[in-house]
Unconditional design. Structure first.
Length: 149
């Protein structure tokens, strides 16, 4: 599945649902979501990579594609034993001491990770430091995954 394409996500989910419905695939017992796209370097004050659907790649790959996939395959989950495991990151928490080394969340204005989902979807442009900006966009996508969990 290409997580940078919502059509690819829909296609795989549709295939799984059809195969579970016709009995050629047993209901899903486990799904592990571990998407990890991060673009954080000196050149990323503004986002450089976007999904095929036009979303900023951290938002689109790390969050939106996973969100859509889960919603679409729920009918194919084993009703008794099915589990969905979502992997996030400590970068979802600006107050976690592990995030202090990069300093992406040192300023109070950067400690509120999600202010505007539409802005996250388009990609927030920062003016201070490309590495920190990329870490913030990645952290925001992982915050959305934690909220979805």
């Amino acid at each position: 599945m290409d997580l940078s394409s919502l059509q690819s996500v829909r296609s795989l989910a549709s295939d799984i649902n059809a195969r579970v419905a016709n009995g050629t695939l047993e209901p899903l017992r486990a799904v592990v979501l571990n998407a990890a796209f991060q673009e954080a370097h000196s050149g990323t004050l503004k986002p450089l990579t976007f999904t095929k659907d036009g979303y900023e790649a951290n938002f689109g790959v790390n969050y939106l594609a996973n969100f859509l996939f889960v919603l679409l395959i729920l009918r194919s989950m084993d009703k008794t034993h099915g589990r969905i495991v979502m992997v996030s990151s400590t970068v979802h928490d600006p107050f976690d001491k592990a995030n202090a080394t990069v300093g992406a969340f040192a300023k109070e204005e950067h400690q509120t990770v999600v202010k505007d989902v539409e802005a996250l979807a388009k990609g927030i442009e920062y003016t201070d430091d490309g590495l920190k900006a990329g870490v913030r966009r990645y952290g925001a996508s992982k915050t959305l995954m934690v909220m979805f969990m």
